[in-house]
Design a protein around this ligand. Sequence first.
Ligand code: C2O
Ligand code: CU
Length: 475
Amino acid sequence: MSKNKSIDTAEAESFFDERKNMSRRTFLRVASASVGALALGNASMSLAARRTGVAMRYPLHIPPTVSPEGFGLSAAPVTVDLGGGKFSAALAYNKSLPGPTFRANRGDLASIQLTNGLEEETTVHWHGMIVPPNADGHPRDAVAPRGGQYLYEFPISQRACLNWYHPHPHMLTGKQVALGLAGAFILNDAEETALGLPSGTYEIPLIVRDASLDNGGNLQYTPKSGGFLGNIPLVNGTLNPKLDVDKALYRFRVLNGANARIFGLALSSGSQFILIGNDGGLLESPVSVSQIDISPGERLDILVDFRSLSVGTRVMLRDLREGWDLLEFVVASNIGVAGSIPTGTLSTIPKLTNPITTRAFSFDGMSRINGKVYDMNRIDFRVPFGQTELWSFTTKGNAPHPVHVHGASFQVQSRTGGRGAIFPWERGWKDTVLLEDGETVNVLIRFDGYRGLYLIHCHKLEHEDMGMMSNFEVV
Ligand code: C2O
Ligand code: CU
């Protein structure tokens, strides 16, 4: 293992040195545009911080909601306000960090035209959406820089859930996501609507990630082979965010949009989250939990109850792993909103059973699956359409490896070694599951959407970019 590791480390280091030089070149140009704005923003920030001695909190940014029917999406360098006039150079979809939130109903047809305004190639992957291979954002379908276009067209035929769109270009995913390209995609269906869950201003997407800023206050990507870890949290692209809430029940659609960081979410009040869903939509029934671990690419659907709190109460959404304050809720109005916490059955989830084949995937080193570094032109295995299989994920080191599969959702069956258990947020349908050192995680999976080329990879984006990814074909 140590031999493997040193080979991998050497590979990784040269890979990232090359990338670093590239990203500095493309990024400097963007950064210089925002220098004037920056000087202002930082000056007022440091004054305010000195005066109060505590972090200034800024209103949580909530990206605009759009329909995916006939939508024009651009990816381009921009300057964004991270909060309180702290401007940063970024790469963003439609000038928004995060990008606009797509909202669609089961049965709609998404038709999204990407224009690539970056200085390098990109693609858009609709993480969690079951789409035909040519709309999946596979790196082979790279869209040319400086104006290249690509039409992503797919029917929305899966159950209600929260998904994530982000770039997936060959070896550039980590950089483009870290610099800002990401957004939420919310699907609704009749089953979910019938539950009468909090909606409108009471249903809020929260894209949680970490970031690093350079001396000019600009988002900075400093990749490491063990995964990029930033030194500050951002929620919906906002630094030190706060959200004024009514005395109401809120539904938060949470997505871990970090390159490599796992968050351990909890509320400072000690109250529990009412967990109602995850990657693939609603769970069978709600579960109350006081702490939830969420790794890159995973999603959560949680209810938080502010109904009995008095005006002025502050509750912090915290990350227990790093000890970070992520988002402060301030009960700001006496507006009481009815709404009830669902009990009993939320959804009926048909269980996958009787796998016809077992496949083993070993996440080796920092850049390999089953000993192989990703090759865009090599198909590593073929999976029969419509048949249930058992996939077994293992690793001997360099975890965490959040394992993600394109083209289908799966059901987690067991975790042995390591943490040795399946957690409440891993029930139901998943497309990303966390693999820690020494663990074997078994899942059942069935591809009944489309035939063709899909990917399995580690969602620690630096591992993905270094090659911890495989092509497979559904036949
Ligand atoms: Cu969220 Cu293949 O990725
Ligand atoms: Cu990994």
